[in-house]
Write a protein that binds this ligand. Sequence first.
Ligand code: KIV
Length: 272
Amino acid sequence: MKPYTSRVSEKKRLSVNDLQALKNRGEKISCLTAYDASFSTVLDKAGIEVILVGDSLGMVFQGHATTLPVTMDDMIYHTACVSRGCNRALVVADLPFMSYTSLLAAAENAARLIQGGGANMIKLEGARPDVVGFLVGNGVPVCGHLGLLPQFINCLGGYKVQGRELPDAERIISDAVSLEKAGAGLLILECVPASLAQTISQQLSIPVIGIGAGIDCDGQVLVLYDILNIGSGRRPKFSKDFMEGATSIEEAIHNYHIAVKEARFPTIEHSY
Ligand code: KIV
């Protein structure tokens, strides 16, 4: 594979159409989480295309055991910090636990993330084509999230790989198709077998970003603090310490970006 060189203008804010163009021409999409302006700037300078203000901030930033305590006010605050730090990356913000139990709640809370936080796209967990269709119909770009759903941790009983059994795999495929049909512009697939993620990435027209979902997704996302080896928790199998061999945070993030763009990450050791 040829070394990666960027073909996208450095100044322009990326849109969901730019991500679609990357998929259409077979170029991988790089994504990382961030929760503050300083890291957002570093990610943007490295060329990361999507910055996810994930509700993982509840665990890695606030020190909770799960993402469930994260509030709308937390999400707006951190999304605004991240938006102020970057000029080019598309900023995706999570709707937190219980903030989209109805269409109206979803619309009001998405509006708060866009108007108060400066988000360019909203992400929500689970098979909710009703909510996706309603938001998209009101001008909100939506990213779906299937596979392991951290907001459902009390139903799942643990952070486990999803879709190993055929009925589960079939359900995830049909949920992915229904989210795309409803108008989702992006899909995150978390902790599923690489073969299942490959099937979904090939079947959907929209870009599929994997985390613990193998090399054949259209892009990759990881939690920033995991790749910088910050924190006391055990790093998940699907992540990698990019500080290893790097002399600075900037170099580690650059190395992640290039490894994703050149399809050198994830390897089998980071996949299921
Ligand atoms: O909240 C988050 O950071 C996420 C990623 C792990 C995909 O949803």
